[in-house]
Design a protein around this ligand. Structure first.
Ligand SMILES: [Zn+2]
Length: 382
């Protein structure tokens, strides 16, 4: 494909608004781009109407001892107030060296680069000593819906290595943090604000929980993971009460914890449960804890074969070769299971404009990563 054709494919994908919907339309575009090539099979796994995960297989991965996976999510985050955007978020406007749009960085450029890499190699008649599986997922930005679904169905089982195309801003990651989202709800008893002795103040009790949770978590937050640093704990949403002159009957907060491999998610969840139990021993305290989502931190050896292939490819294309780590989670954490682990690397075009107004990718990064992916495939499956 010429650079123009690569850019055209990316812009076509960017024009599909996939804010937690419509991923199937991108699956259609990918399938159309690859359909005439040899040794390919397509599998759709529907998550909801209009929302297909797409698996593209080359050389029947199920029958191969070596299988290189590529992963990208097809959904994007909300645009926010579109009036603030210089260019309409789904118009894929191109300037001299940039393409703008929601998803340009996170991560439709990564998705398009994978498709172009495979298409160009197959068109050139390349043969591979093993299989390739492209895993395109839905709903990653909400709670990795597609990756959870595909992983449960066993689609990551044949993989011996995985490249994730999330935007790394001219870096290569071999580890990333995990997440725990939780909700704590306090229940009290409403009463007239002038007669508080008749009520139970749910906000007071929620604050008691918050203080206890921070205290219980402190020793875990202090532990330093050699790759990923420290766990972080933040309460990010809070609400309670319904009127200024009433004692609040309900209050709740939600927290977002970013975890590291040195402190497993189970350990942190146990600590949150312990803090809740401790507070509930106090008179009239009723706190209910819910774990809304948990995704493990994952780390891959810095000297794995896939890491070496990516570093070799990066060097050839003037991309920094030093391995680093990322804070955001990726679908890789869902594709890795207790039964099956494999080395992974995150490398993708795009930058910190992800999730922001005027999100963009530079054309140079997009073209470069496409070349890097091609080189990674030919090396790993030589
Ligand atoms: Zn992403």
């Amino acid at each position: 494909m010429s650079s123009e054709n690569r850019i055209e494919l990316l812009r076509k994908i960017l024009k599909v608004p996939t804010i937690n919907e419509n991923e199937g339309r991108i699956a259609d575009i990918i399938e159309a781009a690859l359909k005439d090539l040899p040794n390919l099979t397509f599998t759709r796994v529907q998550y909801a109407p209009g929302r297909d995960n797409l698996i593209v297989d080359i050389n029947q991965p199920e029958n191969q001892s070596k299988v290189l996976g590529f992963n990208g999510h097809l959904d994007v985050v909300d645009t926010g107030n579109t009036d603030l955007w210089t260019y309409a978020p789904f118009a894929a406007v191109m300037t001299d060296d940039r393409i703008y749009g929601r998803g340009a960085a996170d991560m439709k450029a990564g998705v398009a680069a994978m498709v172009c890499a495979v298409k160009e190699l197959l068109e050139a008649g390349a043969t591979f000593n093993g299989g390739i599986r492209l895993l395109f997922t839905v709903g990653e930005e909400i709670d990795n819906f597609g990756a959870r679904q595909l992983s449960a169905l066993g689609y990551s089982q044949p993989l011996t290595a995985l490249v994730v195309g999330e935007p790394t801003g001219q870096a290569i990651w071999h580890a990333h943090k995990g997440i725990i989202d939780f909700t704590a709800q306090a229940t009290g008893k409403s009463a007239h604000g002038a007669m508080p002795e008749l009520g139970i103040n749910a906000i007071d009790h929620l604050f008691d929980f918050y203080a206890q949770a921070k205290q219980t978590m402190a020793p875990l937050l202090a532990k330093v993971d050699p790759d990923l640093g420290q766990t972080t704990f933040n309460v990010t949403l809070i609400s309670g009460g319904n009127q200024i002159n009433s004692i609040p009957q309900f209050a709740k907060l939600r927290g977002n914890i970013r975890t590291v491999t040195a402190v497993p998610n189970e350990t942190i969840i146990a600590a949150l449960k312990a803090a809740t139990a401790e507070i509930n021993t106090l008179p009239e305290h009723k706190i209910e804890l819910t774990i809304d989502s948990t995704i493990n931190a994952i780390s891959s050896p810095a000297n794995s074969e896939i890491a070496t292939c990516v570093q070799n490819a990066a060097k050839t294309h003037a991309w920094p070769v030093k391995l680093t780590v990322g804070a955001p989670t990726t679908d890789a954490a869902l594709f890795e299971t207790d039964q099956h682990q494999f080395p992974f690397i995150v490398i993708g075009p795009g930058n910190t404009s992800a999730h922001q107004v005027d999100e963009y990718v530079t054309i140079q990064d997009y073209l470069k990563v496409t070349d890097i992916y091609k080189s990674v495939i030919t090396q790993y499956l030589a």
